[in-house]
Design a protein around this ligand. Structure first.
Ligand SMILES: [Zn+2]
Length: 118
């Protein structure tokens, strides 16, 4: 598991489980229905769940392969503070909008921002 993304990865894995269950149930309901409109509805819902799983899996793979940008929102103005891909704990960046300076830290497996004095 990649440093700094513990909670994000847990959330994504949990969402994969939900999408798996949704796909399974929709396939089951599709096969059990005698109404063509209902079968089509559940076919489309199962297809959407597969699409969601593919998208989530791509995010997980990008995180696990260190190909995912580390970003947080500035606590002062809400703008994105970008630490790039594969940053090191302790890296410092400035918010490009309000110029507040932050350090990237890690707490219990998650990246957090520490506001630094100007
Ligand atoms: Zn800012």
């Amino acid at each position: 598991m990649r440093e700094g993304f513990k909670t994000v990865l847990e959330f994504l894995e949990s969402n994969m489980d939900v999408e798996d269950e949704e796909e399974h149930l929709c396939n089951q309901y599709e096969s059990e229905s005698n109404d063509s409109k209902v079968r089509r509805l559940f076919y489309n819902l199962a297809r959407a769940a597969r699409g969601h799983k593919d998208a989530i899996k791509k995010i997980i793979i990008s995180i696990e392969s260190d190909d995912h940008t580390v970003g947080h929102y500035c606590s002062i103005c809400g703008w994105a503070v970008d630490f790039g891909k594969s940053p090191s704990v302790g890296n410092e960046e400035r918010c490009s909008l309000c110029c507040q300076k932050f350090a990237l830290l890690e707490t219990d497996g998650d990246y957090v921002l520490k506001t630094l004095p100007q």
